[in-house]
Design a protein around this ligand. Structure first.
Ligand SMILES: [Zn+2]
Length: 594
């Protein structure tokens, strides 16, 4: 075993139901069971948000339910009692075969992932479904798959039975998970992969923040779900600085590593930059190949028409490349600043990587609030990143924004300065007649009143149905402790009709393949950010009358069969809850899974 303790871990002590401490320490597998050294798999002791824990474990946000639908077995809930936990000193084999450890690992990483979002966004986040708890099923099925299912409010993790020594590949029954309290330590469990757990939890969190991103939309929209999920998985590993240290390599007696081990090329080859190593190796039947290795993509400005980037995961990898490339660039620069005599301190190198990764992760997460609620496209993310970061980090001393902008530009993705309208600039004077600033912070009717008074300024066409769906307060804390209080309001607009009706209403030319009686729905909407004084600051909108975008969306939906019966753009024709199952179905090409 190879064990590390992450900074910030609390002192040992018993876990009480109402512990006043903010975190408790838990043992997890740092990456997955295949990543480690001569001493065994790399594990970490990490701080997990403190909560009252019932057997499962079950907190007020998560509940681990160990039901295996393949074996039709419900394993008993795990009770986590001591701190440091009972797992800290046990052997690798003991951890791999103990379902209680699997339950803890799944819970701890899911809870830490939610905490990444809540601390960057500065408020408690709701799930995308009705209910307070997300179910986590660590051994849900004997399948090389894992997915978030909003219909059953769960993340389901599959497992791959170990290959038998001889004979044909055995079926799920070979796992023998059903009859014994011990699991097969040689099987591959997605619930032991940090990256898979963080990825799937991110789908669930993003679904709460932008529920309409699951509606039939432009291809960038499902790609954003996949790309963000990978970005969160990859960058959150960096919060375990000892893990980063362990993966950077062996230091000399003075605690230093040679510059040549942390060059651009070497950093990008590191396990830190690849996703789900063990699962990837098992699926590709090749040791050392990760599930996704986005940093090896070759940037091209012609990706939008390249069929290779049609599928959501492949398309999402563009965003992953952009953020990883930015990370490598900023990290390399920070290493150059501290290098002397051909080497750098290992501890400092890890720290610099962690700082850069945490800053980028915070930028990505905070940007979500600045996205429109519907009709997402990649330039929206770039614009949201730049505007939201400039608000909280006015002086960009390390050049994060320029680096990110440059990485987007390598793919030809740009956002005009006015992509997000700045409502505070000279010449614009929103009307606040009879408005209550207090009510603006929480009341959808009050925000609608603001929109109604300012239709021309906001360029919203009142002929189409307008609905303010959410008004949410946020308190953002920047890396240097700067606090910005804001209110985020989202509204949507709908228009539904036959192809002829839409042509009359907004001049939309519905593709010829659509039958004349088909019910076609088009969407628009926007996000308005109010500052702490109740003044409208930004408006990020997707105009419902943008016929170019509407035509692109409808063509994409038709081409990909994302239509339901006699309607188009209303539903994707998939059974509720199965969207990610289908997105994450294993294919011949392992890049197309998860
Ligand atoms: Zn996914």
């Amino acid at each position: 075993m190879s064990s590390v303790s992450s900074s910030g871990a609390p002192e040992p002590g018993p876990v009480r139901a109402s512990s006043p401490r903010r975190t408790v320490a838990m043992t997890i597998v740092a990456q997955d069971p295949s990543v480690g050294d001569a001493h065994g798999m790399l594990r970490a002791t990490v701080p997990v948000p403190a909560d009252r824990l019932e057997p499962g474990p079950r907190s007020h946000r998560f509940q681990v339910i160990d039901y295996d639908a393949t074996a039709r077995v419900l394993l008993p809930p795990a009770t986590l009692t001591a701190e440091p936990d009972a797992f800290a000193d046990r052997s690798d084999t003991a951890l791999l075969s103990d379902p209680a450890f699997h339950a803890q690992n799944t819970y701890a990483i899911a809870a830490r992932t939610l905490a990444v979002f809540e601390s960057a966004i500065g408020r408690r986040l709701n799930w995308g479904f009705l209910g307070h708890e997300l179910y986590l099923a660590p051994h849900a099925m004997a399948e090389a798959n894992a997915y978030y299912d909003d219909d059953v409010r769960a993340v389901l993790f599959g497992y791959m039975p170990a290959r038998p020594r001889r004979g044909p590949r055995a079926g799920p029954q070979s796992l023998r998970i059903a009859r014994s309290a011990r699991l097969d330590p040689d099987a591959v469990y997605t619930c032991l992969s940090h990256d898979v757990i963080a990825h799937e939890t991110t789908h669930a969190v993003l679904d709460g923040l932008r529920p309409r991103f699951l509606m039939p939309g432009l291809p960038d929209q499902p790609a954003f779900h996949e790309g963000l999920a990978d970005i969160v998985a990859l960058l959150s590993v960096f919060s375990m600085s000892e893990v980063v240290r362990g993966l950077l390599g062996q230091a000399d007696l003075e605690g230093r590593i040679a510059d040549r081990t942390v060059t651009d090329q070497e950093l990008k080859k590191n396990a830190l930059f690849t996703l789900a190593e063990q699962v990837g190796s098992a699926l590709k039947d090749e040791r050392g190949s990760a599930l996704r290795d986005s940093i090896t993509l070759r940037p091209s400005t012609r990706w939008a028409s390249d069929p290779r980037y049609g599928e959501p995961h492949a398309r999402g990898e563009i965003l992953v490349w952009i953020i990883l490339e930015s990370l490598a660039g900023i990290w390399r620069q920070r290493l150059a600043d501290i290098s002397f005599g051909g080497s750098v301190s290992l501890a400092r190198a890890a720290e610099e990587g962690a700082t850069a990764a945490q800053h980028l992760l915070g930028m990505c997460v905070r940007a979500i609030d600045y996205l429109p609620p519907v009709e997402f496209e990649f330039p929206d993310f770039l614009a949201a990143l730049l505007v939201s970061d400039a608000d909280i980090v006015p002086d960009d001393n390390h050049g994060y924004r320029d680096t990110v902008r440059g990485a987007f530009a390598r793919w030809g993705i740009q956002a005009a300065d006015n992509h997000i309208a700045d409502l505070s600039q000279a010449g614009l004077t929103p009307v606040y007649r009879n408005l209550s600033y207090t009510a603006l912070r929480s009341d959808t009717d009050e925000v609608f009143r603001f929109i109604w008074e300012n239709l021309e300024l906001l360029e919203i066409d009142p002929r189409f149905y307008i609905h303010v769906e959410h008004v949410r307060p946020s308190v953002r804390v920047g890396p240097d402790g700067m606090v910005v209080g804001e209110t985020v309001a989202e509204y949507v607009q709908f228009l539904e009709g036959t192809p002829a009706g839409l042509s009359r209403a907004i001049g939309l030319r519905v593709p010829k393949a659509v039958a004349s009686g088909t019910r076609v729905r088009v969407l628009g909407g926007g996000t308005i950010i109010f500052d702490q004084f109740g003044r409208a600051r930004y408006h990020h909108r997707k105009d419902i009358r943008d016929t170019g975008r509407q035509q692109r969306r409808l063509s994409y939906l038709i081409r990909n069969g994302l239509a339901g019966g006699d309607s188009l753009g209303v539903s994707d024709g998939m059974p509720a809850g199965q969207r990610f199952a289908i997105l994450h179905q294993p294919d011949a090409d392992p890049r197309e899974t998860w």
